[in-house]
Design a protein around this ligand. Sequence first.
Ligand code: MG
Length: 203
Amino acid sequence: MKIIAVGKNYAKHAKEMNSDIPSEPVIFLKPETALLKNNNPLYYPDFTKLLHYETELIFRICKIGKNINKKFAHRYYDKIGIGIDFTARDIQNSQKQKGLPWELAKAFDNSAAISEFVDISEYKNINNINFSLDINKKTVQTGNSNDMIFKIDEIISFVSKYFTLKIGDIIFTGTPEGVGELKIGDKLSAKIEEKELLTCEIK
Ligand code: MG
């Protein structure tokens, strides 16, 4: 399986990163070894001094597909969850300055925390879903899928031009504003519509 992630997909987050609003989706991949499941802790990686959280809605692909028309994209995912796109921001910043790829900052082991998945049928409108992250019981990020620059169906259509989507692939749809630094001992709790789906302690 693979993890496909979208960068700069919320205007206010692009702004806080001093980035322009992208005219097409900004895409990067994480390998399967990036998965962090079952509310396991994240051990603070020794190669970074600036570990950031990015809270994102995630979708699970349920059908193999290539060159998917946006109109039919909804047939290709059946489950939604919440994830944390852990980012070594210091490495990302230096890679960006040098014009180099982001994988060292974004695709390292356990950098993709994922919750359990919920059937999308549980939600009336996939493009109006509230989600949030609390750290040590304080809310640090809130978002709504309606604020995505590229909605899930557009993302599926776009990425499937380049990558065949396979059952079990996961799409990280980008973070809203409010990303920030993590410290050892932090306890994260991510929710969709007030329901806690993911917890993670930084150790
Ligand atoms: Mg992200």
